[in-house]
Structures are given as C-alpha cells and as structure tokens.
Design a protein around this ligand. Structure first.
Ligand code: COA
Ligand code: MG
Length: 291
C-alpha cells in the first residue's frame, strides 16, 4: 500500500502554484485540468503540463482529467498519459463502464508511447449520488483502481444541500466509500477538500473524524492544510509505543499457546494484535517517506 495522507490540488495552468505544490510535503500533488481551470483556459492548461512535469518534485504527481462525459476527455488523456505521471484522477466518475473506457484508452496510449503497460493508475473521483450508489462496481472496474477520492462539494450540490462543518449530509456517502473500497479489496478512500482553508481547527476536527471512519487521508487545496493533515493521518508516538508493546506481548503469549489475555485491563486478541501490527507498518512506511 502507498500512503497518501495528503493530496494537494493545483490548477495545471498556474505554474507558480504548481511549482510550489510539487515541493511541499504533500504525499501527492494533483495537477487539475477540471474545475480549477476556466473553460477558456482548458487548452492552455493541457499545454502547460509538459513544463509542469519537468519541474522538481518531492511526491507523486497525478493529473485530474475532465469527466468522461465531456468533450475534453480525449485530448486530456492524450496530454496526461505520459512519463512521470503516477495516475489520472477522473473527475465526476459515474460508472464502472466509464472507468473501463478510460482504462482501455490509457492502455492504447501507453502501448503506442512505449510506456510501462498498466503502470498508470486511475483514481475515480466520486462526487454524485449515482456514483455513491455505484461505488463498489467503480472500485472493482479495473486493476488500475487502487483508491477513490470523495468530492463533497459537488456531492452536496447533487443531493440538493450544502456543506456543513459537522458533515451530517455526507456521513452516509463517506461510510459507503469506506465499505465499498474494502469490499473491492482496494485501499481506503481519500476524503473531500475542506474549502474554508483558513479554518485549521475545523480542518483538523474533520480529518480526525474521517480517519476514525476509515479514510487514509484528505485532499488539500492550500499549502497551510498540508502539515496539519499529515499529522492527523500519522500514528502518534503514543499509538506507536502502544502498538509495539501489544505486538511484543502478543507474540510472547501466542508462543505459549495463549491468544486471549489482558494488558492494562483491556482484552487483547488476534484483531487487536493485527491492528497494532498495521499501526507499526504504517508508521514505518511514513518514516521511509521522510528520509
Ligand atoms: N498549491 C500551491 N501553492 C498554493 C496553492 C496551491 N494549491 N494555494 C495557494 N498557494 C500559494 C499561493 O500561490 C501563495 O503563494 P505566493 O504568496 O508565493 O504567491 C500562497 O500559497 C498563499 O496563498 P493565499 O494568498 O493564501 O491564497 P490564494 O488566494 O493565492 O489562493 C486558492 C487561494 C483557493 C485560489 C488556491 O489555494 C488554489 O488555487 N487552490 C487549489 C484549487 C484547486 O485546484 N481546486 C480544485 C480541486 S477542488
Ligand atoms: Mg468536483
């Protein structure tokens, strides 16, 4: 599993922001060809990708292409399927069929250009009621799909409400994405942007809530959101030492034929030990990133 605690968006035609975004500590950067780009700028944004991809960077680079239902998709794919791009985020993904169409086209372009076949990932952006209902089949539609994004801003528009700080209106959709991802054996999803980028306290509360729900990270729109988000999605030193203690005691007890026992008044059994192992594994992967 690759860890994406934070994925920062930058409009592909704004090379100043793109240059900065690539050197910040987000685990991934998404160069946007969709809603952060005015209709009159679509061609310029595509043309800017070459330069954007030649800039120095720290994390993985993804490109968000316009919806499969738009007239932009073909030219977007031709511009975006290129060396150095880890994957494509497909805006407003609606069905498994759409993802299979993108998969097929990417495969043809990879072959024609001598790129490693199957390398390019697809991240479906789930941002409508229809997509939430189809989440499991979208997640299972192609081996290129390893994780999904949740787009809360478009989703609340679609269901006829507004974004609230508590997130009551998106609770069901978020849960559905976690469950669908797990059932399809892909990685946990990455949660919606938090548009009020000056409200760091609200961002952190929101991130903690979705971490608890089973998300691996959150999308970011502003540099100021990255460090707080990275922190929320990184196991704390207390969590790591708890996990190390549980694993050590569990291994010792299991060797003696004992699978259920107590540590500090709490029952420990296989699922708890497995949870502890995951925390250690996650912490190790994150530590490797920061070397
Ligand atoms: N990536 C990289 N740098 C960014 C950035 C981003 N997403 N957002 C802001 N910055 C930079 C700005 O360029 C500015 O740097 P500078 O002072 O050296 O020029 C600095 O961070 C402070 O920015 P600030 O003045 O607070 O915000 P802004 O008015 O420049 O930009 C937004 C605000 C919302 C327009 C901007 O954050 C943005 O474009 N975000 C991404 C939007 C997007 O891609 N949306 C699609 C997904 S929903
Ligand atoms: Mg959107």
């Amino acid at each position: 599993m690759t860890i994406y605690r934070t994925m920062l968006f930058a409009p592909a035609n704004d090379l100043r922001k793109v240059g900065k975004a690539l050197m910040l500590n987000a685990d991934g950067t998404v160069l946007d060809l969709e809603d952060a780009v005015a209709l009159s700028e679509k061609i310029n944004a595509r043309n800017a990708l070459n330069e954007a991809l030649s800039l120095p960077r720290k994390g993985d680079v993804f490109i968000r292409v316009n919806s499969v239902q738009t007239e932009f998709i073909l030219s977007d794919l031709l511009a975006a399927v290129t060396e150095g791009v880890r994957g494509l985020v497909v805006a407003k993904s609606e069905s498994a069929e759409e993802i299979r169409q993108v998969d097929w086209l990417i495969g043809k372009i990879e072959k024609e250009r001598g790129l490693t076949e199957g390398y390019m990932e697809i991240i479906p952006f789930i941002e409508s009621a229809n997509a939430i209902v189809n989440a499991f089949s979208i997640a299972s539609s192609s081996p290129r799909v390893s994780r999904m994004f949740f787009g809360g801003v478009d989703y609340v528009l679609d269901i006829g409400t507004t974004f609230s700080k508590g997130g009551t209106e998106i609770f069901y959709a978020r849960s559905q994405l976690v469950v669908a991802s797990r059932a399809a054996c892909i990685e946990p999803p990455i949660d919606t942007v938090y548009p009020d980028f000056k409200d760091i306290e609200g961002l952190v509360a929101d991130a903690k809530a979705v971490r608890q729900m089973g998300f691996q990270g959150k999308l970011a729109i502003h540099p100021g959101q990255i460090e707080p988000l990275n922190e929320v999605f990184t196991p704390t030193p207390e969590e790591i030492s708890w996990a190390q203690k549980i694993v050590a005691v569990f291994d010792e007890e299991e060797a003696k034929g004992q699978a259920v026992f107590q540590v500090d008044g709490k029952m420990i059994e296989y699922p708890i030990a497995n949870r502890a192992r995951r925390i250690i594994d996650l912490a190790e992967q994150i530590a490797k990133k920061s070397v």
